[in-house]
Design a protein around this ligand. Structure first.
Ligand SMILES: Cc1ncc(COP(=O)(O)O)c(C=O)c1O
Length: 367
């Protein structure tokens, strides 16, 4: 068939068979960061030292890629339990990043009348995955200074009876914690599951694992992405065995590949090195926060994560974003993503020289 005819035939079949709501979605966009200082995606800027890298490569050489990986990731699970002090009575479910875990949870609950609920603005994948799986999504706007609006949350829970509520602690993109008392009230009012997403736990003072003993409807989700292993894609869900057993049925076999399993074991055995980098990032976050507070024309919010949210008052956020790119600095523009984020941008805390370069460019653009 001539290429043009073939293309038209493909298009006709796509239009007939791909769901129309999927056709109208935009694929998840990742900005091209080549040649730029990358401060857009909450990655850890540090790489491993040469010695550690050589040890890791030696481990990689031992791996048999002709064999399927351990489907349960048994050694990874044991390593995670040890490093993060997870009580033996809870079970873990591993995901290809926590993105996959969100998908597994919603897929396992999906029913005609299922509602997924979260405060907003928050992590976009809760809504996206609900849409992919054709379930109802309800976003409850945050209050002043992005605090959790407890009354609005409780009213929405009462009205929609959600099968799952996602609470990111600290929240992305606002960087704040919602506070244990409010979180408890949400869990107590929820008829279904509550997932506390602790992706940024390492940079914060919180730990929802302690709540698991009090609630039968709670799961805690974590990831290694933000602590320096975003390339591995490893997320994990901690919960009561009853929930994990059922969710595990929806997980595709071998979702955690051999190299990720081996690299995770290696990284966990050397976790103290990541912990040092995290401490450095927390110190640098505070310094960056103070510097941003002193700049005229922006408002910056305190953060318990490895990023800072700020609003530009004098220059439109999109213009500011482009002007920073011209100075080789890539951050995330959030203007237009949600009404509460009008004029807002989010910068990831980088290495000191990267933060300096960002501050210098921003100061010049604002002056
Ligand atoms: C709150 C939150 N949860 C989960 C994720 C996804 O993490 P992962 O890389 O493990 O898929 C992100 C990523 O930005 C996030 O901000």
């Amino acid at each position: 068939m001539p290429q043009k005819e073939l293309d038209q035939a493909v298009q006709a079949r796509v239009e007939k068979w791909i769901r129309s709501d999927i056709q109208s979605l935009k694929a998840y966009q990742v900005a091209d960061a080549s040649g730029l200082i990358k401060l857009d995606a909450m990655e850890n800027p540090y790489i491993w030292g040469e010695e550690l890298k050589q040890q890791w490569l030696a481990e990689m050489q031992q791996q048999s890629l002709n064999r399927y990986p351990d489907p349960a990731g048994t050694r990874v699970v044991a390593g995670l339990k040890e490093v993060f002090g997870i009580d033996q009575r809870y079970e873990l479910l591993l995901g290809n990043g926590s993105d996959e875990l969100i998908q597994i949870i919603i897929a396992a609950l999906a029913a005609d009348n299922l509602t997924v609920l979260s405060p907003e603005p928050s992590f976009v994948m809760y809504e996206m995955i609900a849409k992919f799986l054709r379930v109802n999504y309800v976003g409850v706007p945050l209050g002043n200074d992005f605090k959790l609006d407890l009354t609005a949350m409780l009213d929405a829970i009462e009205a929609y009876q959600p099968g799952v509520v996602f609470l990111a602690q600290p929240n992305n993109p606002t960087g704040n914690l919602f506070g244990e008392e409010k979180v408890r009230r949400v869990i107590e009012a929820s008829p279904g599951l509550v997932v506390i997403d602790e992706a940024y736990l390492a940079f914060a003072e919180c730990n929802a694992l302690t709540l698991l003993a009090d609630y039968s409807n709670l799961l805690v989700m974590r990831t290694l992405s933000k602590v320096g292993l975003a390339g591995l894609r490893l997320g994990f869900l901690v919960g009561h065995p009853g929930w994990i057993t059922e969710l595990n049925k929806v997980r595709l076999p071998y979702n955690i590949n051999q190299l990720t399993q081996a690299s995770t074991q290696f990284a966990l055995a050397n976790y103290h090195q990541l912990a040092e980098q995290i401490n450095q990032l927390v110190t640098d976050r505070e310094q960056l926060f103070e510097s941003l507070q002193q700049l005229e024309g922006i408002t910056v919010w305190p953060s318990q994560a490895n990023f800072l949210l700020f609003r530009s008052h004098t220059i439109p956020a999109k213009e500011l974003h482009q002007a920073l790119i011209k100075e080789r600095i890539l951050i995330k523009c959030l203007d237009g993503v949600h009404p509460l984020l009008t004029g807002c941008l989010r910068v990831t805390v980088g290495a000191p020289a990267e933060n300096e370069a960002f501050l210098k460019a921003l100061t010049a653009i604002l002056s």
